[in-house]
Write a protein that binds this ligand. Sequence first.
Ligand code: HEM
Ligand code: SF4
Ligand code: SF4
Length: 406
Amino acid sequence: MAGTKHKTPLLDDLKEGKWPSFVKELERAAQKSPRTEDLIGLLENSYRDHVPHWKHGGMAGVRGYGAGIVGRFSDSPEDFPGTQEYHTARINQIEGFFYTSDILRKLADICDEHAGGLFNFHGSTGDIQILGFKQEEAEELFQKCTHLGFDLGGSGSALRTPSCCVGPARCEWANYDTLHLTDNLTREYQNELHRPTFNYKFKIKCAGCPNDCIASGARSDLSIVGVWKDNIRIDQKEVAEYAKKFDIKKYVVDKCPTHCMDYTDGKLTIDDSNCVKCMHCINSMPKALRPGLEKGAQIRIGAKVPMVQGPRLGFILIPFYDVNKDKEEDYAFLKDLIQKIWDFWDEYGTNRERVGELIQRVGVGNFLEAIGLDPLPEMVEYPRANPFIKFEEYLVPDDEEEGKEG
Ligand code: HEM
Ligand code: SF4
Ligand code: SF4
């Protein structure tokens, strides 16, 4: 490889092609950092041997914090001394990811001076990640970041840095103020973020609408997804404009997952009681269709990526929640709910069991009882197919009679 001391035929192959190559970026960082040069050598060996050459675990951190630094140690420090310690600092990102160029330069200077010259913007959890420093440099790196106004994020068995989509800052589809709520929750849960006391990780992500640009519903234990309660707003004049450009029936109406739309005689109608708020029609005709005016959020629970068991999406815990940043009691309701969920998980969860896995193990009925919520028809594993819970015990006598009649 040009400019580095290691021979890397496999990585060199990855530089071919039209797209930006992470190998080229690694090489650029290696020009300034011998430890990142060794990282390249180690990575080449991983491709050659088909095994990762990292040891998982090991302690790395800063005083007073149990989380925020992810320790990484390689298994070949003799060959690649620069990778003996190649830790990651998670830095709490700004809501909506807005930075000034000045602050980015200052962060980059810290990264060059104390780490391997590599950032990750943004880690899958959302944090800024500074890659490649040693334990002995951690304290100074952390001090410099805090002087810029950045705190550490979460790692280990602690709350992950709450994160959100850009929401109302730039997006007209936001149904609540994702930025404000995320900021509020982050400040509230500083202790849970910095000092691991959980069974495993817990992620909270706030998406302004069901497009869910941060994939909150797919990977966060608690997803707060903006929705509307009333009807989709339709501008028939704009519908007519779209009709000149494409086949509304074919591309919008027929693709509605619940078939609750109709387009006849140049008029679009929606049976909103059957709309599952998938956003398809709004995404297709943004000038003609808009979310309703009664805005709030849906709370989902239990999503995660594979680990102990396979991946799962969150399921609906609260179909509509009137979250409003001007009303502190709305946030209080959410915080009370979060506390109940954590208490339950703390009591019954096993080590490294995500809350979604625990719910799967003990059953949704038991979970709902523990956190004091009533079961609702929305709580189904697959919409319109498979209720998680049996409703018999909740039927009142009249309903039972009707049930018998058939
Ligand atoms: C066989 C090797 C590895 C496996 C199986 C593995 C597995 C995983 C999984 C499943 C997650 C996501 C967990 C979740 O969000 O629920 C994760 C996240 C992460 N891994 Fe690994 N990992 C491996 C190697 C590494 C290495 C070598 C590094 C760093 C040098 C690393 C750094 C991270 C970081 C920083 C995250 C968090 C990303 C984020 O949430 O922002 N992992 N890993
Ligand atoms: S999730 Fe919705 S509100 Fe948030 S940025 Fe994406 S489209 Fe906009
Ligand atoms: S949001 Fe989705 S379900 Fe609702 S009307 Fe539009 S396409 Fe149909």
